[in-house]
Design a protein around this ligand. Structure first.
Ligand SMILES: C[S@@+](CC[C@H](N)C(=O)[O-])C[C@H]1O[C@@H](n2cnc3c(N)ncnc32)[C@H](O)[C@@H]1O
Length: 187
């Protein structure tokens, strides 16, 4: 991975992405609760500030979670979220690595990669999906967001417009990887 695309935006991502998570969390909880696999962790790739690991833990409180997050400032937000909740912190292991080379367990219950795929170029996505497929139990799944062909609902969430330190902040929604054809949605 080259320069961190979140080096300057990291402080704002968590509040900007909150609206997305309020919208999608119930569907993700429902999805995770249908899992039959009970071996291995749920892996959250590009976990960001940890809103996803919070939802995974709410859905499956006994499941270990592996959070993969390459960005130092995003990881700082993630670790702060875990430190605030000892039950969550006990369940989640954080790894400072990348979707393409992170150490993955032999077996995973599920993989979650919300608002992350847009950082991978098409050939990188293919090798990423192959890595996941080898490790997911037969019939189990990964959950991700992608840009719909016609952007009708933008993955069901409005752009965030939270107030940060008394100033309005607005998500720009730019395409993070210039080689990526279908960017992920999110802040
Ligand atoms: C828009 S944020 C979304 C964070 C979180 N998934 C969420 O939805 O709240 C995208 C995240 O993907 C991470 N990321 C970017 N490139 C990545 C890569 N190659 N492998 C893993 N994570 C990556 C970024 O550091 C950032 O935390």
């Amino acid at each position: 991975m080259g320069a961190d695309p979140y080096a300057s935006s990291a402080p704002y991502i968590d509040p900007l992405i909150a609206g997305f998570w309020y919208g999608i969390a119930p569907a993700l909880v429902d999805e995770l609760r249908t899992l039959r696999a009970d071996i291995g962790p749920v892996v959250d790739i590009g976990a960001g500030s940890g809103r996803g690991v919070r939802v995974i833990h709410d859905a499956l409180p006994d499941a270990p979670v592996l959070a993969v997050e390459p960005s130092v400032p995003m990881r700082a937000a993630l670790l702060a979220r875990l430190a605030d909740d000892p039950l969550l912190g006990d369940r989640v292991t954080v790894t400072a690595s990348d979707a393409l080379d992170c150490p993955l367990p032999d077996r995973m219950r599920a993989a979650v990669c919300m608002n992350m795929l847009g950082h991978l170029a098409p050939d990188e996505r293919r090798s990423f999906w192959r890595r996941l497929a080898r490790r997911l139990a037969p019939g189990e799944r990964s959950s991700s967001t992608t840009r719909p062909r016609r952007p009708r609902a933008r993955c069901g969430s409005p752009r965030g417009r939270p107030s940060v330190s008394g100033r309005r902040s607005t998500g720009a929604g730019r395409r993070p990887n210039p080689r990526a054809s279908g960017a992920s949605c999110g802040a």
